[in-house]
Design a protein around this ligand. Structure first.
Ligand code: SF4
Length: 214
């Protein structure tokens, strides 16, 4: 995929202007809490996750605490989340590995993170980026949709989109880009009926330009 450098620069400049304080909406105070919150966030809003973790982290704060739980005990705590039975099993299994293999700490490399139960590419990249300040692009549904509409990526898969974005944008902007695209996807470039007439990126947006030509 070849990209118009000027288009990319203009999109980045505008996103930066639109969302200067973009960051994760998940509430956490260390990489371990972020990992648990990120696992819980699959198919659940960040707001709902924050509501659950507010009480959860008061009761259980370490990998050893979670590792000692039975799945039914954790299920009761996280019942407000989608897929809570799976998440409960995965969190306990992941925490047992953390307690046994990593002295209770969260590893800060992609290959180790992705081996933990319940942790896919997206979750691993969220933890690397927001938990450890590393350059990473987590492709969730908003990032996937907005990046492909804008033409920053041209891929039918999250992995292909991640690779396209990593090529399109300088490494030190990867984490910011992830947050900018999420904000834009939530506010303007919604899945159904994107608000193109209000969108200040429309002059560089492949989807908008294609629609106008038709
Ligand atoms: S112009 Fe429309 S499709 Fe393109 S980024 Fe903006 S809202 Fe999304």
């Amino acid at each position: 995929m070849t990209l118009d450098k000027e288009k990319v620069e203009n999109i980045i400049k505008e996103l930066e202007k639109l969302y200067p304080n973009a960051g994760t909406a998940l509430e956490y105070s260390n990489p371990f809490e972020l990992l648990i919150a990120a696992i819980l966030s699959a198919q659940t809003t960040d707001k709902q996750v924050n509501k659950i973790t507010k009480n959860l982290f008061k009761k259980y704060s370490t990998a050893a605490d979670f590792a000692a739980l039975k799945p039914e005990e954790l299920e009761k705590e996280i019942k407000g989340c989608g897929l809570y039975r799976n998440k409960s099993r995965n969190i306990i299994a992941a925490c047992r590995i953390l307690a046994k293999k990593y002295n209770g700490e969260v590893p800060s490399d992609f290959e180790s993170l992705i081996k933990l139960p319940g942790v896919g590419r997206k979750t691993a990249n969220v933890v690397l980026s927001s938990g450890f300040g590393k350059d990473a692009i987590a492709v969730d549904t908003h990032v996937f949709r907005v990046a492909n509409r804008l033409g920053l990526a041209q891929s039918s898969t999250p992995l292909g989109t991640e690779k396209d974005l990593m090529k399109a944008v300088k490494k030190d902007l990867w984490s910011k880009l992830h947050h900018w695209l999420i904000y834009h996807g939530r506010n303007i470039c919604t899945a159904r009926n994107p608000k193109c007439s209000l969108c200040t990126l429309k002059n560089w947006c492949s989807h908008y330009i294609r629609k106008k030509i038709k």
